[in-house]
Design a binder for this molecule. Structure first.
Ligand code: ADP
Ligand code: MG
Length: 229
């Protein structure tokens, strides 16, 4: 199934989002608090102490990730748009992904099909953040290893970037929901990554679509207007 994502518009009321963010942050913090309180009990075994400590830490980490993702969405632009060299930018992002790829035994294949440098107008940091979020999802969909292929090219329709994985894929139900705030299928997910991606792509006047089937992997398709220098 194919789904083009532009849901960000529906969620532009940042204040409304802030209210639900507070709620989402409170949950893991309450969990952390509960486990820290348990640690005050007498006669705990070292194993119990360790379990409680780990739960408390992971609750705090979870709250922290939600705040980071939310701020990435809400914070105003500081950088100015300039020409971004697509192939160079993508080659620069890959090394940031490699620790995660090594751990999960994922092979990364980069295919720059156009010989000429391709440029789009945008803010390099936002472009990076956008691709990092998409690639991170691709990697996380392949917990037992696989291949992530990033393909770029330009033609008279514009600039194309495909991020393909051989991961778990998505059902039609899932694909309809991705990008909505807090929609996640991961134990440690925030469900804010794609919401951030959609708003970044929109800021660059691009489009994002997902093609996926369960067990057959997923392709994220990005399109931008080419800047001819
Ligand atoms: P998070 O990664 O924190 O769960 P995202 O907004 O980045 O939040 O993604 C939302 C959901 O979309 C994920 O939990 C997952 O179910 C689904 N998803 C996104 N990308 C992929 C992918 N490449 N393969 C399979 N599922 C994906
Ligand atoms: Mg994500």
């Amino acid at each position: 199934m194919r789904e083009e994502l532009f849901r960000a518009e529906k969620y532009q009321v940042i204040g409304q989002l802030a209210a639900s963010i507070s709620h989402e942050i409170r949950n893991p913090l309450t969990t952390a608090q509960g486990f820290l309180q348990l640690m005050n009990r007498d006669n705990l075994t070292p194993a119990q102490l360790e379990t409680y400590r780990n739960y408390a830490i992971s609750g705090i980490e979870q709250a922290n990730s939600i705040i980071t993702d939310y701020l990435n969405y809400a914070k105003p632009a500081v950088e100015l748009a300039r020409p971004i060299h697509i192939q160079e930018e993508i080659d620069g992002i890959i090394p940031m992904m490699s620790p995660l790829c090594v751990i999960s035994k994922i092979e990364v294949v980069i295919k720059h099909l156009s010989k000429q440098p391709i440029y789009v107008m945008g803010e390099a940091k936002k472009f990076q953040q956008c691709l990092l979020n998409i690639m991170k999802n691709a990697v996380e969909s392949m917990p037992d290893g696989g291949v992530m292929t990033v393909t770029t090219w330009s033609d008279n329709e514009g600039v194309h970037i495909h991020v393909k994985d051989t991961g778990v894929g998505m059902s039609d139900y899932q694909i309809k929901r991705i990008g909505m705030p807090f929609y996640t299928t991961k134990e440690k997910g925030t469900g804010l990554g794609l919401m951030v991606v959609i708003s970044l792509v929109k800021a660059m006047n691009g489009t994002i679509s997902y093609y996926s089937r369960p067990d057959e992997g997923t392709t994220c398709v990005l399109k931008f207007k080419q800047l001819l220098l």
